[in-house]
Design a protein around this ligand. Structure first.
Ligand code: BGC
Length: 383
């Protein structure tokens, strides 16, 4: 739960919605009840553009988001006692998100979510060089990625918001001017859907995903190792010592990666296993069994709160990251809560890491005239 000040700020923004983005000053004046002293770090400017906090709410979910990185800031769901729990990690101000950009809390990452090996790829014979921000590799689009940009709000209702960003040709090393849009919508069934659309004026690669860190016991609870996880995947993408796919698929059967039946995240996380050693835990792309279409691919259940999250997606892969690079000493999050080692997990729906360098992986190429389209839903239930 975030503090009262933030809730007040949300209400201001929710009531101003559109106007918060398009002309905040005018809207503040036209709303005499708006308390302009309670905007925290969210009513601010980054790169000379207005940053705001928005709230979506329905009978089951309350979500707050900022247009800085099109990111989820909080996601409140009822537990088995009906008590509201904020199940994602985040900060109380845009400034903290900016400062601690490289944990990507709640943001849309890209242009290429996850890694591109040696920070380079070829398209039609031309080599494109990206920023090396993860050893020799490029991670989540580099430091100039879309998570670090101020997006425009193009539509906003009580239960839905559409954010847009135009990434210029060559930005972060990627070809083509890419117009991207992300729509977050609350569904009556307890789902939060994320719809992605994009077009380009030059052939390029694109792989957008949301990088929310979840703890279904509530953000700030010290561990996710008790959470029971199920993933409909018979294989993972083997990685080398730098977490780049070798091109080989490893069967999960009989290994610590077998989540075909629900098992606690902590059950095998410390097994002797070469892949777990490289990731310092789980940090792998699960090759989803699903065929084309929008399908349920994973579920996570927290026995303590009774909260269950089901994941549906159109994507072929799911990056399961068990918070292995989180440190007990990391900067505190919302409400001053500590987020220690493995106190959150990410399940990022995506095309496979480094696909531009692996012709055998599903293609991430986007051509002029085509529309990039992807959909994911995080659906919350209690049992
Ligand atoms: C990656 C991890 C990385 C984390 C935060 C995940 O998507 O797979 O290796 O540490 O993002 O950057």
């Amino acid at each position: 739960m975030m503090n009262k000040k933030i809730i007040a700020a949300w209400c201001v923004c929710a009531s101003l919605a559109y106007g918060c983005q398009s002309n905040p000053t005018q809207n503040k004046q036209s709303n005499p009840t708006a308390d302009t002293t309670v905007n925290l770090g969210f009513d601010s400017q980054i790169d000379g553009q207005e940053v705001r906090l928005f709230q979506l709410k329905n009978a089951k979910l309350t979500v707050s988001l900022t247009n800085y990185g099109a990111r989820l800031v909080s996601l409140e769901v009822p537990d088995k006692e009906g008590k509201s729990r904020d199940v994602i990690l985040g900060y109380d101000s845009a400034e903290e998100y900016k400062k601690n950009y490289n944990n990507y809390y709640g943001a849309i990452v890209g242009r290429y979510g996850n890694r591109i090996g040696k920070a380079s790829f070829k398209l039609n014979g031309e080599t494109f060089s990206l920023e090396k921000n993860d050893g020799d590799n490029s991670l989540h689009g580099g430091t100039n990625g879309v998570y670090n940009k101020v997006w425009k709000v193009v539509n906003n209702t009580a239960t839905s918001i559409t954010l847009a960003y135009t990434s210029p040709d060559g930005e972060a090393g990627y070809p083509g001017t890419v117009n991207m849009e992300v729509t977050y919508t609350l569904q009556d069934n307890g789902g939060l859907t994320i719809d992605y659309r994009a077009t380009t004026d030059k052939e390029t690669v694109l792989n957008l995903t949301n990088h929310a860190y979840f703890n279904l016991n509530g953000a700030g609870d010290p561990s996710i190792l008790d959470h029971e996880l199920q993933i409909a995947a018979k294989g993972i993408t083997e990685v080398d010592a730098t977490l780049i796919p070798t091109g080989k698929s490893l069967p999960v059967e009989g290994t610590a990666f077998d989540f075909t039946k629900a098992q606690a995240i902590g059950a095998h996380i410390n097994d002797e296993n070469a892949q777990l050693k490289i990731g310092k835990g789980y940090d792998h792309n699960f090759e989803l069994d699903k065929k084309a279409g929008f399908q349920e691919v994973a579920a996570v259940y927290a026995p303590k709160t009774g909260i269950e999250m089901k994941i549906y997606t159109t994507e072929p892969g799911l990056q399961f990251y068990s918070g292995n690079f989180m440190k007990d000493t990391d900067p505190k999050g919302k409400d001053g809560k500590a987020y220690p080692f493995r106190s959150a997990f990410c399940l990022e729906t995506q095309h496979f890491p480094d696909a531009p360098n692996h012709p055998g992986f599903a293609s991430t190429v986007l051509k002029p005239g085509d529309t990039y389209s992807s959909k994911t839903e995080y659906r919350f239930l209690v049992r």
